[in-house]
Design a protein. Sequence first.
Length: 144
Amino acid sequence: MRNHREVTREEWEAYLDEALPPEEMAELERLLREEPQAREVVGEILALCNRGVLSVAAVWRAHRISCPTRDELGCYLLGLLDEEVARYIECHLQVVGCRFCLSNLEDLRRREHEDPKEYVRRRKRYFESASHLLEQRNDDGSQG
């Protein structure tokens, strides 16, 4: 990309969705700073998005349709998946380099070695911080 190769619209959309590997994100960021034409293309994409005109690829990325669930990533870590599913996840992580899933996987790895008491403390803090959001409702749906 250093030789100012033509960046595809799909690559710019992936850049805006922060769905590219860090090296590519940095290179496209550099192009945005240096190339007025790159800023024009990104401006057009943003204008279309703001009007609700999205490509299938943009919708696919936004909803992470190709991403495994957190449960699937956990099963992958534990070696509990069918070989075909495990190969798909391996490809998604290593070849595609999905930053969202790599981050999720790293979090799961950290929690795998976490003290169970810390998990209980964290759950309790989450509940306490959100308990005010739970309202008692009557059978008819009114607040009681």
